[in-house]
Design a protein around this ligand. Structure first.
Ligand code: ADP
Length: 347
């Protein structure tokens, strides 16, 4: 299997080409953003009231698995506010000085988007506290006992942070966001809407059955839906008349090794290890990650959220457990439920 095939449904694996397509398919207004009704309504109120007050809104934190539209929402926030947006990410900010330079260059009302904000270096994070709260930073000049902190005022800005791991954010950082939007996986009807919109933009003839077939295998994730649409379009152009219907979608997704639940190689490897090597668990996530040759983070953030949602894997305090549905999915018979130990009264 090629990398391209194995990664067809990995929401975190984005090629530079795909980043360009991602950008071209991004909705620009809140009203165009499909699904997430709760976050959309809450954000609408936050933005509308800020516009009426003529002040930048509170800082916004968006949390949820990759590919659900956090970056898109950050862009929409700037667009709705009519302000520019500066984009960076937690890992890109290595030193507090980098962040101070960025913050002092922001213009009035600008949106600063920090993706993967849970990965920001600690000294930079501490600088961010005061910047978020008082629109001020202390820039330290000199070293050792002679070092002095020079306070600098910042233009009021709105920080939009995105994270796949809200639990890893420190309390002080989390507390400084006035609004947190929790993004959840999309249902099939919502993904069909995303696909219909993308098909229009990409000029692909997509019939409703084709959309349903792709939506059902997209793991609740718009980025994956859009990617599968492009793969199915390729197939339809080469092997059929270019129209994406149920048959072309079905045949194309078989070529790309995306199964009927939308599981890919990594998901199946995790389930396979859990079931065949560890008898269904419980097993710790670090052991599981070693067994499939992946980083713990990848297993936790990419494979597990969907496996849990699909009812195939459970996270318990004692470790990961395969559900009976996981055994059935691998065409195996689950072990009988453990009987409660002998009771005192049996003696
Ligand atoms: P994240 O930042 O959460 O990883 P992105 O905002 O980059 O996700 O979204 C990935 C792609 O999915 C974007 O190109 C966008 O076209 C599409 N997308 C995500 N959410 C939506 C949505 N609600 N409606 C329409 N398209 C969406």
């Amino acid at each position: 299997m090629t990398e391209e095939q194995s990664e067809a449904v990995r929401a975190d694996a984005i090629s530079p080409d795909e980043a360009t397509v991602d950008a071209s398919l991004r909705p620009e207004r809140l009203a165009e953003f499909v699904g997430q009704p709760k976050v959309r309504e809450q954000l609408h109120l936050v933005l509308e009231s800020a516009l009426r007050r003529g002040r930048p809104p509170d800082h916004v934190l968006l949390s949820g698995p990759p590919g659900l539209g956090k970056t898109s929402l950050a862009m929409i926030i700037a667009h709705e506010l009519g302000t520019p947006i500066r984009v960076t990410s937690g890992p890109a900010i290595e030193r507090a000085g980098d962040l101070a330079a960025l913050l002092t260059s922001l213009t009035d009302g600008e949106v600063l988007f920090i993706d993967e904000i849970h990965r920001i270096a600690r000294p930079a994070e501490e600088l961010l506290y005061m910047a978020m709260e008082d629109f001020r930073v202390d820039v330290v000049v000199g070293k050792g006992p002679g070092a002095t902190a020079i306070p600098l005022d910042l233009a009021p800005f709105t920080l939009v942070g995105a994270t796949t791991r809200a639990g890893l954010l420190t309390g002080p950082l989390r507390d400084r966001f006035g609004f947190t939007g929790h993004m959840d996986f999309y249902d099939t009807a919502e993904l069909e809407q995303v696909l219909e919109r993308s098909a229009r933009l990409l000029d692909v003839a997509l019939d409703p059955d084709g959309a349903a077939e792709i939506a059902g295998r997209s793991r609740g994730t718009p980025r994956i839906a859009n990617r599968l649409l492009r793969r199915v379009r390729d197939y339809a152009q080469v092997r059929a008349d270019g129209t994406v219907d149920r048959n072309t979608a079905h045949a194309a997704l078989a070529v790309y090794d995306v199964d009927e639940l939308g599981l890919d190689r990594l998901d199946r490897a995790v389930l396979d290890a859990l079931v065949r090597r560890f008898g269904g668990g419980p097993v710790g996530v670090s052991t599981l990650a070693v067994a499939v040759g992946e980083e713990i983070e990848t297993v936790e953030e990419v494979a597990e959220p969907f496996l849990v949602r699909a009812g195939l894997l459970a996270r318990t305090p004692r470790g990961r457990i395969a559900t009976p549905a996981a055994w059935h999915h691998l065409e195996l018979t689950p072990p009988p439920p453990v009987s409660p130990g002998p009771s005192l009264f049996d003696a």
